[in-house]
Every structure is written in C-alpha cells, then in structure tokens.
Design a binder for this molecule. Structure first.
Ligand SMILES: NC(=O)c1ccc[n+]([C@@H]2O[C@H](COP(=O)([O-])OP(=O)(O)OC[C@H]3O[C@@H](n4cnc5c(N)ncnc54)[C@H](O)[C@@H]3O)[C@@H](O)[C@H]2O)c1
Ligand SMILES: [Zn+2]
Length: 364
C-alpha cells in the first residue's frame, strides 16, 4: 500500500509514495461480502443497483447471490447514452421505486455509469448515498476517484455535473477479467500517464512489460493512491489537479476531431497520441531529455501501434486545441513532463508546436 505526499509549489511539485488511502476507498478481494457489510451496517431504506447490459451480465453475479429480490435499473451502455434522457429514465425509476432520502444507489459499471449514476444519486431529492463499483480499468484508475460526476449535454462532454464523493468506492480487479482487451488497453493509457507524471520507478516497472504480464492489482492501487491524493489536495482543479490532464490537451483535440469526422478512436488511444505529441514539445523545450522521450515513444507505440493521422487530421486537430476547457485568455495551456516522474502545468504551447508534434507522430 502506498500513500502520497504532494508538495504543490506553483506549477511544480514533488510526490513521495508511502502509506494510506481515503476512508471511502476500499480494495476488496470479496466485493460481495464487503458491499453487503456496508448495506447492513447503514440500514438503508432501499438499495437500487444501476447497471448496463454488460455489467448486468458479467459483474452483477459477482456481487449479489440473490438477484431476484434486487431493485435493478438497467440502461444501455455507451457514451452516447450519458445524457439527460437517460438521467430522466433513471430518476423516473427511482421515483417509481419510491426511494426516499435514506435509500442508496450502487453503481456497477465503467466511467459512463459512474459519472451518470453518481450524478443521478447526488441530485435525487437533493442527494442520496451512492457506492461506485468501477468495473473497467479506466473507471478503477481514474473515473471513480476524485468526485467528478456528470453527463454530456448537446455536443459538450461532461458539461452538466457536480462534485460529490461516493460513500464508498469498492475496487475489485477481478472485474477486469471480462473486460474486452481494447477497453483494457484504453484504460491503461491513464496508468501510463500516472506513472510518467509521478513515479519514475513505476514507469521503469511497466515499461519493461507487455500488457499480459502486468500485475493489475498493484497498478490499480498505485494509480488510485496517486489520483486520490492529487484530488484531495486540489478537489476543484485550481492547481495540482491539472497535472492529470497530461496527454489530454492534444489527445483530446485529436479524439474530438476524429469523432466529428466519423472515425472514432478510443479515449486511451487518443491519450497515447497526446502523450507522445506533448512529450515531443517537452523535449523540444528542453524539459524532457531526448533519450527519455524516445523511451516513452517506443513503449507507447509498442502498446498502441500507430494510429493513422492524415494531414487534414493534423491541421484540424491542432486548431481545435484552442478550444480546450483548460485554456485561459486564448492561450493554450498544457501539462508538460519535466523529466520522467514530474510535470508542470499551465505551460503555454502554440498551435504551430502542436502541428509540428503531430507531424512528428505521423512520421514515426
Ligand atoms: N469522473 C471522472 O473524473 C472521469 C475521469 C475519466 C473519465 N471519465 C468518464 O468515463 C467515461 C469512460 O469510461 P469507460 O472507459 O469505463 O467506458 P464505459 O463506461 O463506456 O465502459 C466501456 C464498456 O465496457 C463495458 N464493461 C464495463 N465493465 C465491464 C466488465 N467488467 N466486463 C465486460 N464489459 C464491461 C461497458 O458496458 C461498456 O460497453 C467517459 O464518459 C469519461 O468522461 C470520468
Ligand atoms: Zn483521460
């Protein structure tokens, strides 16, 4: 078990791994027992479980022996359902079930369900307790930690939402066994990011291994401890929390452009591109040693392969970065690695630098 001590000094920081986790995060080898313990202890008036068709099939049986007496709300999987329509269906079901303020919602799913289910619970009758049981790698290492909840609105991602902590985040890596490989690899980009911005030792550890050889339990724990510390130090993203956006300024611009162009790639694939492109800029600025940059690039390409980017894609994506939520006064603000294991946020970069970095990626 690790704990972190962050020393946030402007846009620079040092992190030290040691022991401890927030009280509402639990790693469990027996999620069914641990969940029922909580439900019994707290005497909830009713328990409702939110699933999608995949987590109903693969994950629910690992949590409840008797499914017959359970109140289950099932919604369709996929980002396209993370919207107000689905929330209305969830709130309607909660109302039909006559849930009062002493009820609890257990959300069993990936980041889509965690964000949306948590949001529905946090707003129903001004908020009831909820448990997050993240079942994808991305949800375990990222989405279920830090209290951000919400939904997409019109064409804006995570546009409507609240900050609220679950009563418990229950982590069980056994759920990952049924996760499609593409989803596992996608979530892994956040693990790579966490290692690169905080822990050179863990980076060394993962970068010598292939996906099949990784010890998920250790890696999930490592990422969770890191994200929990960063987000508890800076819950509303005023400073330190911004480092979690490493790889995301350029990655998100490419992801959004390709989505609009009808060539959707997975989030983690986009972040893989972003980590290389932003690494290129960091190396050009002299923040990241060339040798380290090449090591990062070759590992990421080994895991994700190379995603085809046409010249139009490069030009249009570079332009899109100007609209990034994290920018201020029309300046593109980015997280840049300051050597492996350290990062600086609010570093200004230009559209030309982004274009150049993506051209570099194209030619790899
Ligand atoms: N709140 C935050 O801080 C935060 C951070 C990062 C990402 N997010 C959000 O997370 C979402 C993406 O989450 P995701 O990548 O988990 O996608 P997801 O929730 O869409 O899940 C991916 C797919 O895996 C299926 N699935 C889930 N668990 C499974 C299992 N154990 N076995 C088999 N199939 C399973 C799901 O049904 C779905 O089809 C995005 O909406 C993003 O905005 C939120
Ligand atoms: Zn991400």
């Amino acid at each position: 078990m690790y704990a972190l001590f962050a020393v946030g000094v402007n846009s620079n920081f040092r992190i030290r791994y040691n022991t401890m986790l927030p009280a509402n995060i639990l790693f469990s080898d027996r999620p069914s027992e641990d969940l029922s313990k909580l439900l019994v202890q707290k005497h909830y008036s009713k328990t409702v479980v939110l699933v999608d068709e995949n987590t109903r099939k693969f994950c629910l049986p690992l949590l409840f022996d008797d499914l017959s007496s359970l109140h289950v709300i099932e919604v369709s999987s996929g980002e396209e359902h993370k919207n107000l329509d689905t929330c209305q269906r969830i709130w309607s079901k909660m109302t039909e079930l006559a849930l009062d303020r002493h009820a609890i919602m257990v959300v069993v799913g990936g980041g889509v369900l965690g964000d949306m289910g948590g949001f529905c619970a946090a707003t129903y009758k001004r908020g009831i307790d909820f448990v997050l049981i993240p079942t994808t790698l991305l949800a375990q290492v990222d989405a279920s930690i830090g209290g951000k909840l919400g939904i997409d609105f019109q064409s804006f991602k995570n546009h409507i939402g609240v900050f609220q902590q679950p009563i418990l985040t229950l982590l069980h890596t056994g759920f990952l066994k049924t996760l499609p490989l593409a989803e596992l690899r996608s979530g892994f980009a956040e693990v790579i990011k966490h290692c690169l911005i905080s822990d050179p030792k863990m980076w060394k550890e993962i970068s010598t291994k292939s996906l099949e050889d990784l010890a998920w339990k250790d890696l999930v724990e490592h990422s969770v401890v890191f994200k929990a510390l960063v987000t508890s130090e800076d819950p509303k993203e005023k400073g330190l929390r911004k480092i979690l956006n490493a790889g995301h300024t350029i990655g998100h611009a490419v992801e959004s452009y390709l989505l609009e162009a009808g060539r959707r790639i997975l989030h983690g694939e986009a972040i893989a591109i972003g980590l290389i492109a932003e690494g290129y800029i960091a190396a050009e600025k002299g923040l990241l040693a060339k040798k380290d940059f090449h090591e990062i690039t070759s590992y990421i390409i080994k895991i994700y392969g190379k995603i085809l980017l046409k010249d139009d894609d490069v030009r249009e994506s570079s332009g899109l970065a100007v609209q990034d939520k994290k920018n201020r006064d029309n300046r593109i603000l980015c997280v840049l690695l300051n050597g492996i294991g350290n990062a600086k946020w609010d570093e200004e970069i230009t559209v030309d630098q982004i274009r150049e970095s993506l051209h570099y990626y194209q030619k790899l």
